[in-house]
Design a protein. Structure first.
Length: 457
């Protein structure tokens, strides 16, 4: 609705500008110099195509009572002073809206009634075309000069509290449509300790200097998040602490332009970053620590590892080199900070298998043995008589000690082979010129054996 009032004010201003501009026309009847006359602006083949004024004149200027008709359908009927609508009058727009009341220099100022095109009425006081309210501006109660009172300003705001020399001085409450400010005032503006409460739920508390928040302050957003720290010319500046409403995010460090800028620590539920920030992003040297134990140390850019850095993975392996957009592109070295426990190969049993029988390789869990990922049971099942043999294989990072199956003479046997390549171990059994194989490989960073089963080649 306020926008509509502003639009109408703009329309009114354009109307007044038309009146003030010199125009050529014709006095149709009466005295258009000093008296009562009708003056028409603009003709085309004898027909009026411009505005018309009918009323009193003084020295060729509208003065006294008169009516003005715009060619677009708007009209005014009321008082005129030196060519301007001043005094009492009624302005009617072509869309059906109207204002009746006081005018000053062409503006709706004073008491009046505005009815828009939807027949919604505004009765009260206006200032330069703006509706103030039903109450006339000024001191409403008490002593608004030197004492305690309540004043209504023409802009629609109110102040209730202590006055000195006609201005708010001391403790009081200033109320605007959008927010209220309670606290200390000096020379009409907030100075000293105060609190602002906004209609959207935000609050600001701290010290005010000439109407602006400065120094150590507290801000609570409408979502419940909280900032405690220093406030400057550009909002949050200097050291400050931020806490989200659910405590899932926090920041402690330096601020500028209400963003993380400088050194600080940003903490989430699953990780934290301590280091340099620029405009709210990781920028420069920092340390990113995850809850799983992995740590990235080095240079960051736009929240990603970028430049030289070192990563300690959750399994203890260490990667050092050059990072680009979060990826390692040049590896200096990759070693483990952990020393694996030496575990000897344990062969529970060795058995000769006749070539005329068939066998199956089965993965299982070694009973009464360490079930860690560094151990695996392989079982050979004699399908004919259902006898079996099993053993335990263990591993370390750089080499694997295991048992491998080889052809020996006319029968297959299992033999112990140590220090086999870490990337591949093969177990083979040959029968009737066919070879059956299963293999165990490393899988990524974690040292796990994967049994692929056996197939016919």
């Amino acid at each position: 609705m306020k926008n509509k009032l502003i639009l109408l004010l703009i329309l009114l201003c354009s109307v007044l500008n038309i009146i003030a501009q010199p125009k050529t026309g014709k006095c149709k009847k009466g005295d258009c110099i000093n008296g009562y006359g009708e003056y028409v602006y603009g003709f085309n083949n004898g027909d009026r195509v411009g505005d018309k004024y009918e009323g009193e004149w003084v020295n060729g200027i509208y003065s006294g009572k008169g009516k003005y008709y715009w060619v677009n359908g708007d009209s005014y009927d009321g008082d005129w002073v030196n060519g301007n609508m001043t005094g009492k009058g009624k302005l009617v727009w072509a869309n059906g809206s109207s204002y009746e009341g006081d005018f000053v220099n062409g503006q709706r100022t004073g008491a009046g009634t505005y009815i828009n095109e939807y027949e919604v009425s505004y009765v009260g006081y206006f200032d330069n075309g703006n509706y103030i309210g039903k109450t006339k501006p000024g001191c409403q109660s008490g002593n608004c000069i030197d004492g305690t009172g309540l004043v209504l300003y023409e802009n629609g705001s109110t102040y209730e509290g202590e006055f000195k020399n006609g201005k708010p001085n001391g403790k009081g409450v200033l109320t605007w449509p959008a927010y209220t400010h309670s606290g200390e005032f000096k020379d009409g503006v907030p100075n000293g300790v105060g609190t602002e409460k906004w209609g959207d739920g935000r609050t600001f508390s701290g010290n005010y200097v000439n109407g602006f928040l400065r120094g150590k302050s507290v801000k609570i957003d409408s979502d419940g998040s909280r900032y405690e720290g220093f406030w400057g010319d550009h909002g949050m500046e200097g050291y400050g602490e931020y806490y989200s409403a659910d405590s899932s995010v926090s920041y402690k460090g330096e601020w500028s332009y209400s963003m993380y800028n400088g050194h600080g620590t940003l903490t989430y539920t699953t990780y934290s970053y301590t280091g340099s920030f620029v405009d709210g992003k990781y920028e420069g040297q920092g340390v990113l620590t995850c809850n799983d134990g992995s740590v990235q140390t080095g240079n960051f850019s736009k929240n990603l590892a970028d430049g030289h850095g070192v990563r300690i993975n959750k399994d203890g392996t260490r990667e050092e080199g050059t990072w680009r957009y979060g990826d390692l592109v040049s590896n200096v070295n990759s070693v483990s900070d952990k020393k694996p426990e030496e575990k000897p190969v344990e062969v529970q049993k060795t058995e000769e298998f006749p070539l005329e029988t068939s066998y199956e390789i089965v993965q299982g869990i070694m009973s009464n043995r360490d079930p860690s990922p560094y151990s695996l049971q392989i079982e050979i099942v004699h399908r004919k008589v259902k006898t079996s043999v099993s053993w335990l294989m263990t591993t370390e990072i750089v080499s694997i000690k295991a048992v491998s199956f080889k052809v020996s003479g006319s029968a297959g046997s299992w033999q112990d082979i140590t220090n086999a390549p870490a990337y591949l171990l093969e177990k083979k059994y040959s029968y009737n010129n066919k070879t059956y194989i299963f293999e165990t490989q490393l899988n990524g960073i974690d040292i796990w054996f994967e049994l692929f089963g056996y197939g016919e080649y």
